[in-house]
Design a protein around this ligand. Structure first.
Ligand code: F6P
Length: 335
């Protein structure tokens, strides 16, 4: 195993993701000097976008073809610069684009990066653990204020159509109720559970609601301002607080954690995962395993095809060990 640096490879970082491949071509040569010290930084030093001219995925599973002239221009840029392989780092949308570039003859390898942890064929993606940490920190803070005022607190968290962030963050932060997209809930049962807790002396009730969670038979809550066909999820936290307040007459409050989950220093687990994925991606290039993505399975970095990873969203199994464990310690799922 080796890093690009130890192999003597030159590494170009295209600015703003795939957009940097198009005129005016924009990249930065990444060296040890200009990347030193970035480990504790959130975000990315080369920018990112999956909303530009390369959008290959719209909404839940709908594929959009990237126009051929765009693909041809990107290929020409790579050829002119003598780029031997393109490492695409991102979630479902960015890796769907990567796969289309691969199908068009570009030597692509993928690295799974999304806080949502919703990519198939990998146990985890980097960014996820840091988002979970942020949720647990928020719950730690909410516990004391909720208990002081004997309130019901609803914390709305990200994750799109998967409940991983809510489930892992909620369990780590001692939530009393977790609502996830994979387990549709009932307002009646949720309110009954909250009332039972509060009337039997609980100082507070903390509810974590995934932004994609929804009551049985109803669709997801969305916000204004869809971009390129991707709906913006949000609003379920306020809705849950309102419905519980109406039914129980208890004081309820909502916190939307939002983009705080996407900033700040990464956890040690994400730092190590990112480094391992980086070395793994270099190995895929050495072995010419193009069209593949590094994955993390059974504590090992391995390779899967990008197609396997983006084919379908990885949902929380409703009867899986994490949900069963949460139920075992008394966490309610609104059912
Ligand atoms: O996919 C990552 C994610 O943070 C989702 O959890 C969330 O729904 C979405 O992106 C928010 O996107 P934006 O930053 O465009 O509002």
């Amino acid at each position: 195993m080796a890093s690009a640096h130890t192999l003597g490879w030159e590494v170009l970082g295209f600015i703003d993701g795939y957009e940097g491949l198009l005129s005016p071509v924009n990249y930065k040569i990444l060296t040890l000097e200009n990347t030193q010290g970035i480990m504790p930084s959130g975000g990315t030093i080369i920018g990112t976008t999956n909303r530009g001219r390369f959008v290959a995925k719209q909404g839940l599973g709908e594929k959009a073809l990237i126009p051929q002239p765009i693909i041809d221009e990107a290929k020409k840029t790579l050829q002119d610069l003598g780029v031997r392989a393109l490492i695409c780092i991102g979630g479902d949308g960015s890796l769907t684009t990567a796969d289309q570039l691969f199908e068009n003859g570009v030597s692509v390898v993928g690295v799974p990066k999304t806080i949502d942890n919703d990519l198939s064929a990998t146990a985890t993606t980097f960014g996820f653990d840091s988002a979970v940490q942020c949720v647990a920190d928020a719950l730690d803070r909410l516990h004391t204020t909720a208990a002081s005022h004997k309130r019901v607190m609803v914390l709305e968290v990200m994750g799109r159509h998967a409940g991983w962030i809510a489930l892992y963050g909620g369990l780590a932060g001692g939530a009393d109720v977790i609502l996830i997209p994979e387990i549709p809930f009932s307002y009646e049962r949720l309110a009954a559970h909250v009332e039972k807790r509060m009337s039997s002396g609980a100082a507070s009730t903390l509810i974590v609601a995934a932004e994609g969670a929804s009551p049985m038979g109803q669709g997801v809550s969305t916000l204004e301002g869809a971009t390129k066909g991707e709906v913006r999820l949000g609003g379920i936290g306020a809705q849950v607080a309102y419905e519980i307040g109406e039914r129980t007459k208890r004081e309820t409050r909502t916190v939307v954690l939002g983009h705080l989950q996407r900033g700040g220093a990464p956890t040690t687990q994400d730092r190590n995962l990112g480094t391992r994925f980086g070395v793994g991606a270099v190995q895929l290039i050495q072995e010419k395993k193009f069209g593949c993505m590094v994955s993390y399975l059974n504590y090992q970095i391995g390779a899967v095809t990008i197609k396997e990873a983006v084919g379908q969203i990885k949902h929380v199994p409703p009867d899986g060990q994490m949900v069963v464990t949460a139920k075992a310690v008394g966490i309610n799922f609104g059912t």
